[in-house]
Design a binder for this molecule. Structure first.
Ligand code: CP
Ligand code: NVA
Length: 311
């Protein structure tokens, strides 16, 4: 667990919740999604306020948190570095004190994981990691929910991660430990995973492959992400060269399981980390995956604010 104030439950990395809690949250997601799809109002967070802090760009995360809290009866306030005192050097500890006296929940997208931890350590209310350089836990919750929804339990399955050992990859690796599945990772030389940075307990749930085709062979999920994440733009030209052989294409999907799913957190760059044929093809579930950000995060917000509700 992260070093945070006792008594307040935060979601700063995937392993902050247990398998039992994920089982509960995925069940809750199913119910909340069904209510939403049948236009049944459900407002457990009425009069509650979510503050969203963005220090990096976003489409899906902002939209899904803002729409999600409104659909639960609450309100969202958007802050960014440019327009708030955070961009002018106010310590994150001070911001946490103030923001958490005026709200019920905080979501932050920022750079180092340490910033999120400092925010949480000084917050009276739950803090959610909406992406850091190291992790993107809400994304992987949505990805796993999408797999479960379409194919059933993920325990014992194999995920092929092709490309950069970034925040999304690290979170898949943590999820594999918590939910007991396997990750085959293939990165270009020089971009290998760092188990400590990924926050792993051991090495039992992943295997590294020099050849991306071997990583994809027999996989139940094939997934990738941009070659250059936010904050690493200066390395873009070098990365374009280094990652050229790490594209998920139709040939790679053919060596995976015949019913394998293709996932991508989005935004995607067709012709770089994935071919258009794959992301726009029949095995791709990227739009369901993006939509499920909304549903899983509604379950997560409900849980962090209200705890387990009767099901
Ligand atoms: N996948 C994801 O987090 O998308 P955004 O950067 O648009 O929020
Ligand atoms: N790895 C990407 C994910 C974007 C949602 C980034 O950090 O930019």
């Amino acid at each position: 667990m992260s070093p945070v104030k006792p008594g307040v439950k935060h979601y700063l990395q995937f392993k902050d919740l247990s398998r039992d809690e994920y089982d509960y949250l995925f069940e809750r997601t199913r119910w909340i999604k069904a209510q939403f799809k049948s236009y049944q109002p459900y407002w457990p967070l009425s009069d509650r306020t979510l503050v969203m802090i963005f220090e990096k760009a976003s489409t899906r995360t902002r939209l899904s948190f803002e729409a999600g809290v409104q659909q639960l009866g609450g309100a969202a306030i958007y802050l960014n570095t440019r327009d708030s005192q955070l961009g002018r050097g106010e310590p994150v500890e001070d911001a946490a004190q103030v923001i958490s006296r005026m709200s019920d929940l905080i979501m932050i997208r920022t750079f180092e994981q340490g910033i999120v931890e400092r925010l949480a350590s000084n917050s009276r209310v739950p803090v959610i990691n909406g992406l850091t350089n190291e992790y993107h836990p809400c994304q992987i919750m949505a990805d796993i929910y999408t797999y479960i929804e379409q194919r059933g339990p993920i325990q014992g399955k194999t995920v092929a991660w092709i490309g950069d050992s970034n925040n999304v990859c690290n979170t898949w690796l943590q999820a594999a430990e918590v939910l007991d599945f396997n990750v085959n990772v293939s990165t270009p030389p020089g971009y290998e995973i760092e188990a400590e940075r990924a926050g792993l307990y051991g090495t039992g749930h992943f295997k590294e492959f020099a050849d991306p085709m071997e990583a994809a062979r027999g996989a139940d999920i094939v997934t990738t992400d941009v070659w250059t994440s936010m904050g690493f733009e200066a390395e873009n030209a070098e990365r374009m060269r280094d990652f050229a052989d790490w594209q998920v294409d139709a040939e790679m999907m053919r060596v995976a399981q015949p019913n394998a799913l293709f996932l991508h957190c989005l935004p995607a760059h067709r012709g770089e980390e994935v071919s258009a044929e794959v992301i726009d093809g029949p095995q791709s579930v990227v739009w369901d995956e993006a939509e499920n950000r909304l549903h899983v995060q509604k379950a997560l917000m409900e849980y962090l604010v209200l705890g387990r509700v009767k099901v």
